[in-house]
Write a protein that binds this ligand. Structure first.
Ligand SMILES: *Cc1c(COP(=O)(O)O)cnc(C)c1O
Length: 398
């Protein structure tokens, strides 16, 4: 039998849907005009960008298309939201940022950078399932707090935060609320007004759109310092010739995702639940990381005791299964995932972790193949583990 390719890393990135690619195509060869030019091919590009802006505004419940600003990635949107907010507030004494211990590096590293620059940062702890307590947010707010940045849903363990409660608190205290919704967009309905958000980041390649394009929602009236300086694009707030095809693709992808959301999330959560239940019943000494309820529908994160996550990934890859250990951003480094450490795992358990994230092309047969492969690989790796041998011996004695 030919080795199948089973892609289970949709939280890292997705392919571009054919309909999305079709929508993008004209903007490479025929409609290549600069959206800032006044002649006809330029105007066609401008029109496409503005239609995409309006579509994205509708998709996230923004009051006006003008509240959407296109960026080069979700990472850029996160950097801009936080740096832009604190730099703009600095003159008036704004100094303090509140975030969580399990944010994506795009937020985490931005906050660490700002700390070095002299801002104060509170990294709120999370509970054993990765939830931020809204009361902790409220208690952390100070007179010089500028912004609270809490992600909608976690990219490693799938935890969906009590975003609405946090939005009520930030609104009550008059501090900005930024939400990294990169993992949520396309799988969870987003309504920035209902959720009390001032700033929200999304990224196209996480919902079957092209890579290298993101957006930041900036509620009307919120002042941000510019991050990228240069031309007058994006109403003078984000310089750089617009990625017209990318912007068109992102809007198309988000519209498709929202139109199919119920079917899609139903499908991937069923596959995820099946994989989770089979793995936990057939393989011993496995821990589920993250919650059962209030979890991203396609996310599964497991720790296999006595196993190195990297070896597990390698052997899965040899069977055609593409997965991730904890976070793709931290693979290659020996540090265990900051998210898994924050929910209280030991280094050893955190190192044996695997993230599986399901998507639209996955099937029940993929899940069966995955579970068989995992069962075999885990048994093989444990049979070579001195730690496992000691553990088995110790258990026999008692
Ligand atoms: C992927 C991701 C990002 C970064 O988005 P890019 O467009 O890849 O830069 C930020 N936050 C979260 C939660 C993500 O999953």
């Amino acid at each position: 039998m030919e080795k199948p390719v089973i892609y289970l890393d949709h939280a890292a990135t997705t392919y571009v849907k054919p309909e999305v690619f079709e929508a993008m195509k004209p903007y490479f060869i025929e409609q290549y005009g600069n959206a800032s030019s006044l002649y006809d091919v330029g105007r066609a590009s401008r029109k496409a960008v503005e239609e995409a802006r309006a579509a994205i505004a509708r998709c996230i419940g923004a009051a006006e298309p003008g509240e959407i600003y296109f960026t080069g990635s979700g990472t850029e949107a996160d950097n801009w939201a936080i740096k832009g907010a604190v730099y703009a507030a600095r003159k008036k004494g704004g100094k303090h940022i509140i975030t969580s211990a399990i944010e994506h590096p795009a937020v985490m590293e931005t906050c660490k950078f700002l700390k070095k620059e002299g801002f104060d940062v509170t990294f709120l702890p999370v509970d054993s399932e990765g939830f931020v307590n809204p009361e902790d947010v409220e208690k952390a707010i100070r007179p010089d707090t500028v912004i609270v940045s809490i992600m909608y849903a976690n990219n490693e363990i799938g935890t969906i935060q009590p975003i609405k409660a946090i939005g009520e608190i930030t609104r009550k205290h008059g501090v900005l609320f930024h939400c990294d919704a990169v993992q949520a967009a396309g799988t969870i309905p987003i309504d920035v007004r209902d959720l009390g958000m001032d700033l929200l980041s999304i990224s196209s390649h996480k919902f079957y759109g092209p890579k290298g394009v993101g957006a930041l929602y900036i509620r009307k009236g919120v002042r941000l310092e510019n991050l990228i300086h240069g031309g007058h694009q994006e109403r003078g707030k984000r310089a750089g010739t617009e990625n017209v095809a990318g912007i068109v693709g992102m809007a198309k992808a988000l519209e498709l995702a929202i139109a199919n959301m119920e079917q899609y999330t139903d499908k991937i959560s069923k596959l995820r639940d099946k994989a989770r239940d089979l793995i936990l019943s057939r393989i011993p000494y496995v821990r589920l990381n993250g919650p059962v309820e209030n979890r991203l529908p396609g996310n599964l994160n497991l720790s296999f005791q006595f196993i190195e996550g990297e070896s597990l990934l390698l052997l899965l890859d040899m069977k055609g299964i593409k997965a991730s250990s904890g976070s793709a951003c931290s693979s290659g480094s020996l540090d265990p995932s900051h998210v898994l450490m924050a929910i209280g795992l030991t280094h050893e358990i955190a190192h044996g972790s695997l993230r599986l994230s399901f998507g639209e092309h996955n099937t029940e047969a993929d899940v069966d193949y995955l579970v068989d492969a995992l069962e075999e690989i885990v048994a093989r790796l444990r049979s070579m583990s001195p730690l496992y041998e000691d553990f088995v011996k110790a258990n026999k004695q008692t």
